[in-house]
Design a protein around this ligand. Structure first.
Ligand code: NIG
Ligand code: FE
Length: 405
């Protein structure tokens, strides 16, 4: 028989942020195989435990592998021209009305083959991995035909096979109205409900279903139909809601038990109460707020007071958030929205995992999955404080060292 003894890694004198809080003492951490085996205060550490362990060094900060719970990483084309137009004062809504915005990415994504989309997405995902991500959600939503949405989700699944990262996929068929359905948005929603959702459910290609509930996208009534179709196929739901106006999409999504409502700059008290009652996660996306030069702040203090968990994600996409750096989002969540550094970090670990319906990821405790980042910093807050690539000393994915400097 081959040697099946699982590998053991040991860190000494390390500050641990466990997904929700920073542990009060300097710790020793041991992983065994794909799990965290022991987590002990340094002053109680017995050197006998070190036997058989690979010495991974001393000092620094350990966090769970980062969870980026909202991205649109698979797409064709570029929207640099639109960036320039927006700088000249053309609004995001106006660009969409002119047939640009999401639809320009739809054209380029439809034209690209599955293999081309995979190659385009790889470096984007590698950038997230290099910044500490071990779990990433990837949405469709730039295909808008059954075939092209399926193609995008296949690319997302293949990314998870090609790179050392857990990929969670989301069908976002109701992202924008495709040109073929220009005057028939209900007809397009019929297609999403009757063909798209069943097709991706049949092939096991989506872990959840998302919608864009907005004046420039789909109404609350239309989004609710998509949720009913998702429910009929046993798929959890989430929503882009209250990003540009307050339509009540979040409250409706919460009534359907949404995992999360995302953006939510315009969310009101009723929406916050609905999220609290449903246990939905508020996904805060400072990259889109920053890129769109939004001025309406998400209701952070009210969410905090209501005890609604807040996640933080990149929303990495070619239009509203061409920002592929999760740790920058920690910084922006603090500087733009006044999250505390601990809240921001919890938002990209434990609460990010909750926004994906994952109970095990994004946390460090004995028995946890050994998705871990070790950073060359003194305190967890420093991760949000400075925007400084290169501080990731080690990254483990399911107990395997995938990055070391
Ligand atoms: O999350 N809000 C809608 N969807 C994306 C934008 C996608 C795009 O502009 O291509 C978002 O911001
Ligand atoms: Fe988004």
């Amino acid at each position: 028989m081959s040697n099946t003894t699982p590998k053991r890694h040991l860190w000494r004198d390390i500050h641990v942020f466990d997904g929700l809080r920073t542990l009060p003492e300097s710790m020793a951490v041991i992983t065994e195989g794909s799990r965290v085996a022991s987590l002990v205060a340094m002053r109680e550490f017995d050197e006998g435990l070190a036997e058989g362990c690979i010495d991974m060094g001393r000092g620094g900060v350990m966090t769970p592998g980062l969870v980026d719970c909202h991205t649109h990483l698979v797409f064709g084309g570029s929207r640099a021209d639109e960036f320039e137009a927006r700088l000249e004062g053309v609004s995001y809504e106006e660009i969409v009305r002119r047939g640009g915005g999401i639809l320009s990415t739809v054209t380029a994504t439809r034209e690209a083959s599955e293999d081309v989309l995979l190659e385009l997405a790889k470096p984007r995902l590698q950038a997230l991995i290099a910044d500490g991500v071990t779990t990433v959600e990837i949405k469709s939503g730039y295909g808008l035909t059954v075939e092209d949405e399926v193609k995008m989700l296949r690319v997302a699944r293949r990314l998870g096979e090609a790179l050392p990262v857990r990929v969670v996929t989301t069908l976002l068929g109701a992202h924008a109205l495709p040109p073929e359905f220009q005057d028939d948005s209900d007809g397009y929603i019929d297609l999403v409900c009757q063909e798209m959702v069943p097709a991706v459910a049949r092939e096991g290609l989506a872990d959840a279903v998302d919608v864009f509930c907005e004046k420039i996208a789909f109404s609350v009534v239309q989004c609710e139909r998509v949720f009913e179709a998702a429910e009929a196929h046993g798929l959890p739901i989430k929503a882009h809601a209250e990003q540009l106006s307050n339509l009540g999409g979040t409250a409706m999504a919460a009534r359907h038990g949404a995992l999360s409502a995302d953006h939510i700059e315009y969310l009101d008290e009723a929406g916050i109460a609905a999220m609290r009652d449903a246990g939905s996660v508020a996904v805060i996306l400072p990259g889109a707020f920053h890129t769109l030069r939004e001025t309406q702040q998400p209701p952070i203090a009210a969410l905090r007071a209501a005890g609604v968990p807040m996640a933080v994600a990149t929303d990495a996409n070619p239009g509203s958030s061409p920002l592929f750096m999760p740790t920058l989002m920690l910084n922006l969540a603090c500087t733009l929205f006044r999250l505390t550094p601990q809240e921001a970090l919890a938002g990209m670990t434990a609460h990010g995992a909750s926004a994906l319906g994952l109970k095990e990821e994004g946390r460090i405790h004995e028995g946890a999955i050994a998705d871990l980042c070790i950073w060359d910093i003194d305190t967890p807050a420093a991760l949000a404080y400075a925007v400084q690539p290169g501080r990731l000393r080690q990254r483990l994915f399911q107990g395997e060292l995938t990055h070391a400097v």
